[in-house]
Structures are given as C-alpha cells and as structure tokens.
Design a protein around this ligand. Structure first.
Ligand SMILES: Cc1ncc(COP(=O)(O)O)c(C=O)c1O
Length: 311
C-alpha cells in the first residue's frame, strides 16, 4: 500500500525533516539486511491518543539488537520518549510507528561489528492490513518459517522478512489474503506478519515460541485478555490439519490487530463467521485500545496530538 508521508522523522536523538531521512546505497544494511525494527500502533481515543504497549515494543527492539550484537546508544525509556516526540511533532493519530536500527555506512564485508548503528523513528497513517472485511481467506504456504539455528525468530530483524515476503507474495498470487507457514518440522508456525490462534472445544490454542514465531506483543496481549475473560489458553505445537477442523481461528499482530480467518486452503473455518471466543477477545481488544473501556492493564502511553488525521 502506498506510504503516506508526514513531516518529521527522529534520527539518532533529533527530529529531522522526512525528506532528509536518507541513507547511502553502500550502507551495510542495504547489502546484508542488518536491521532490527518495530511496528507500533497509536490509537485515537475519546480524549486524545494513546500508543499501544510502547515500553514492550522498545524492549523487544533492544532484545533484537542484543541478539545481533548491535549496541543501541539509547535506552528503552529514551526510545519511548523519542516515539512520543515524533508522533507529537507530526500530529498524526491514529498512526503506525516504525522505529528501525541498522548498520550504516563506512564498512564493506559481511561482518557488521565495526559498521555504525543508526536509529530512525517514523510514523504515518495506516489502516487495515489483512484484506477481507468478513474475515480473511488464507492458505498454508509452501514456504517454511525460519529454521531454528538459522535466523533467530525472536529477533524482529529486517532480513527475516525476506521469508515473510515469499509467504505473502505466494498467497496473493494464488488469490489469498495471507499465508500461514509451517515450521521446518511441519508444525503450525505463524503468518508472514501475524501470530496464529485457534479455538477448538472452547479452548484457545496458540503456537509456542519454539515453533519459529515472533514473540508478538499483540499475542501476549491476547493471552492476557483471554485469561482475564476466563478462557482456557494452551500454548502448544499444532498440526496443520487442526486449522481445517477447528471452530475458530484468528491472526494477531500490530498491523493485523485481531483478524478472524474465514477459510484456510478454501476450507471454511467453523461456519466462516467470527466465532464467540474470537468475538469476545476482538471486542475487548478494541474496547481497550480505542478507550471505550478503561486501560486496566496500563497498555497505553498518552500522546498530545493537536492535528488529528484519520487513517
Ligand atoms: C512475523 C511476525 N509474527 C508476528 C507478528 C505480530 O507481532 P506484534 O503483535 O508484536 O506486532 C509480526 C508483526 O510484527 C510479525 O512480523
């Protein structure tokens, strides 16, 4: 989808103009994929706007950087403050926020250790991510998710998204909204940019971190909401065919939010509509992020946005 520009981007501690946020073609990241990044949503609320789970996203950025031995010269708190600054400077809410840290210009060769680290934070309007208003029609991908001991799936690294791109392109070319990948052992893993949940017999299941999934912040929020609503939750490896016989299935993600699956491989999930457990979690999630219910888990960081723009 086309990128909508704003006016400012945060770079290494200061706000610069959107059009000045450029890098050299010989930067390490361009050649070797050496970036780690985040995707965060800021929601409009009745009395302002709030950034969803800002600290957790910045903690995950630090984790991703640590895995790749990339020293970040800003703390989690400083980066969280920077996000608030850039959102307020641009005056755009609701919006999507994209912090990215990468190995910059000055070294050639695979070894990133002596290449400088650059951090940028941008934000821009972004609406619905997974196509389909009455649920998503998805497929199981012919591509597997990242194998353990190859690319660490707990790092949200730019390079991981080459795998995601293969999954997403194949799905679109074959007429699906999204693809679900299996891990290298054939167990369900996740979508190209979403975690996966399945409901069967009133129990909510999701794939564990050991099945090559990103430790999704929406995933953890949904686990919290489900437990709070008294829904039994089990994290366990699952076979592909569970998707064909489950009662309900849905994706979670910052971009995808809570998106129910209408069909998998053209097999209808349940009766194709959003089932009661998905509905309960979906409605609770949106009530919390949109501020129609109090923020009882302390998930929102308020921002002063003076010029509201609808995404
Ligand atoms: C591969 C992958 N899995 C899962 C997710 C969901 O993670 P989160 O809820 O933190 O956005 C994302 C999105 O960031 C993703 O790219």
């Amino acid at each position: 989808m086309p990128l909508q520009t704003t006016t400012h981007i945060w770079h290494n501690g200061r706000l610069i103009r959107w059009e000045d946020a450029n890098i050299h073609v010989m930067s390490h990241v361009v050649h070797y994929g050496s970036s780690v990044f985040e995707g965060i949503r800021c929601y409009q609320q009745p009395n302002g706007a709030g950034i969803f789970r800002l600290q957790e996203h910045m903690a995950r950025l630090h984790d991703s950087a640590k895995i790749y031995r990339m020293p970040l010269p800003f703390t989690i708190d400083q980066l969280a403050e920077a996000v608030v600054d850039v959102v307020e400077a641009n005056g755009v809410a609701p919006c999507y926020i994209r912090p990215i840290a990468f190995r910059g210009y000055g070294e050639i060769g695979v070894n990133p250790l002596r290449a400088p680290v650059e951090i940028y934070i941008a934000n821009f309007p972004w609406g619905k991510y997974v196509p389909g208003n009455d649920g998503a029609d998805v497929c199981v991908s012919s591509w597997s998710r990242l194998a353990p001991n190859t690319m660490p799936s707990l790092a949200k690294a730019g390079a991981n998204y080459m795998n995601s791109q293969l999954i997403r392109m194949e799905a679109e070319i074959n007429g699906y909204s999204e693809g679900i990948a299996l891990d290298v052992n054939g167990y369900l893993s996740e979508g190209s940019g979403e975690n996966l949940f399945v409901v069967r017999g009133g129990i909510l299941y999701t794939t564990p971190l050991a099945n090559s999934v990103l430790n999704g912040i929406t995933r953890s929020s949904v686990l919290t909401i489900a437990k709070d609503l008294g829904i039994e939750v089990i994290e366990q490896s699952m076979p592909r065919e569970l998707l064909y016989i489950c009662d309900e299935a849905f994706f979670t993600g910052t971009a995808a939010e809570v998106t129910h699956l209408r069909s998998v491989d053209r097999i209808t999930v349940g009766d194709g509509t959003m089932g009661p457990i998905t509905r309960a979690i979906h409605d609770e999630f949106f009530a919390l992020v949109n501020g129609t219910k109090p923020d009882r888990f302390n998930w929102l960081t308020p921002v002063e946005v003076k010029v509201p723009v609808t995404a």
